[in-house]
Write a protein that binds this ligand. Sequence first.
Ligand code: NAD
Length: 488
Amino acid sequence: MELAFEARMLIDGRLVEAQGARTYDNVNPATESVIGPVADASTADMERAVAAARRSFDETTWSTDRAFRKSCLQQLKDALDKHREELRPQIVAEVGTPIGLTFAIQQDTCIDDMQWDIDLIDGYNWEYELGNHEFFGLNSNRLVIREPIGVVGAITPWNFPFMLNLSKITPALASGCTVVLKPAPDTPYAATWIGRLVAEETDIPAGVFNVVTASDPAAVGDVLSGSPLVDMISFTGSTAVGKHISARAADTLKRVFLELGGKSANIVLDDANFAEVLPGSGMVCMHSGQGCAITTRLLLPRSRYDEGVEMVKAAFESFPYGDPTDYNNMAGPLINARQRERVLGLIEKGKEEGARCIVGGGAATQFDKGYYVQPTLFVDVDPDSTIAQQEVFGPVLAVIPYDDDDDAVRIANNSRYGLSGAVNGGSLERAVSVARRIRTGTIAVNGGQWFGPDSPFGGYKESGQGREHGVAGFEEYLETKTVGLPAT
Ligand code: NAD
């Protein structure tokens, strides 16, 4: 069956080619073959998109007409619902994600979760009175009004592209902002498909939502983060690019919301039921480890270290990976050749620095094509070494022994990141008390899942600024106006 996809961008309400009809190839990381062309935007294309988003914010009723916004977003959700089965193979082809994940977080869950933000348009407390207060001998009432911040530049990575696109555009549009979405060069169709549905199946006015694809993210991205017409950048990606964007955005003092990298720790306490907890530890290789919140450091108590390592080893040896279209596989390839080289380089660094590699440790050569890396397990890892400190973004786990709870907390917090983590123990109370001491934005205790449309998600330290999802996530896209009124 021919794969449906949209090669054009959406700018000012029209599906358009790039200036000069320039395109680049979208490559399937499992087969290394070209899926199709993509519009390759110039900086002038980005400037047109920004101008359209500015004009539609300033000159239409989008920012003020909540009932209209709600009906438009409902149309978009209905359209995505209707086209799920066309979108699914596109996501598998361009991301290399195992197809099973598209029935959850790579696709279906996030279409369903849109409803939460759509419903918040009616449920949110947009304005409230504070009552009377005396200041300079004058008694006044105060009205607090929450308003959309304006034009949002949304920049997303390739690992969960459709989910992260929706995680930004749904609250941004629901709050009344207008948006320019710039997806990662490797995963454009997860964004252009949304652009097509917006253009063809919704009443969203021209300019309110724009999609700009480009092979050179730095040039067009710098236009977005530097533009005085843009009020906010909502970015998910690496810490290095997040810092670059922050620096550029400082010149116009625009708001910057950042979801960045992670190096999360899973602490297994000495009273944990190892047989329940550790057989699932191969799941860090899910989607080839290309997840920011994956617990890529496993902390095992020295008193039960050998027993734990044996169980993790068995889990890694039997982890199912390969062709992402096969429902049995939990991981496909890495996104591109450059990323595979990066991951293989970090694996070599781990070996050089003295960690013991007991499973995998190289490219997966059993496949003729595709950017595959073997599930790789390092044990006896020094908590200060490169593979314990740097985000690998591949199917690699670092196992670190610890002495007691204080030592485990110290090692877990010994990171420039603070995105997520896990604690597993025999006593829920003890596990929660350890979790409270970990400096991260989310943490799973005894298998509890923190993810949900109403759960704030984000990082401490160099893992980010601000929160995505939930009321906190919605409010990232709002300004606050306080109006002084005569006393009541
Ligand atoms: P990246 O930082 O290289 O790219 C992210 C996005 O930024 C892409 O769209 C890219 O094209 C764009 N970009 C690159 N240079 C730019 C510039 N100068 N101006 C504007 N945009 C620019 O990240 P990646 O390699 O695509 O994704 C992997 C990273 O994303 C990992 O570090 C991972 O931890 C992180 N990530 C974080 C979260 C989270 O929610 N915290 C979620 C997923 C991924």
